[in-house]
Every structure is written in structure tokens, then in C-alpha cells.
Design a binder for this molecule. Structure first.
Ligand code: F3S
Length: 62
């Protein structure tokens, strides 16, 4: 599983980090940081939680 964050769509709502702080992190301006590599199995639900929490649909789980 991979998580892609469309940084051009991210508006800094921070709901991803609030919904799944174990996976999503924000930069100093409050925008989501890219997530590199494969998401570990134990964070799969966190990935989906973050995806559904983003009002800008900036997060894609594949
Ligand atoms: Fe950005 Fe969406 Fe998270 S706008 S900070 S990816 S909730």
C-alpha cells in the first residue's frame, strides 16, 4: 500500500494528522508531508482514515 499526497491540493486542514497521527505529519506551515515507501500493514487503517478525513481529497491510497 502506498499513500500519495497531492501537495497542490493540500490546503493545510490538518484533519489527516488529527485522524491518524501515527502516519500523517505536517510541516511547519501545517501542510501534509509526503509519505515515502510502503505503508506498514499495521497503519493501513490509518491511511484510509486520513484519506477520508481530507476535505480536499488530496490523499490517495493505492
Ligand atoms: Fe492537507 Fe488534507 Fe491533510 S488538506 S493537511 S492533506 S487533511
Amino acid at each position: 500500500m502506498k499513500v500519495t499526497i497531492d501537495t497542490s491540493s493540500c490546503s493545510g486542514h490538518a484533519r489527516c494528522a488529527a485522524a491518524a497521527p501515527g502516519l500523517f505529519r505536517l510541516d511547519e506551515d501545517g501542510y501534509a508531508l509526503p509519505i515515502e515507501g510502503e505503508v506498514p500493514a499495521e497503519l493501513r487503517q490509518a491511511a484510509y482514515d486520513g484519506e477520508s478525513a481530507c476535505p480536499e481529497r488530496a490523499i490517495t491510497v493505492e
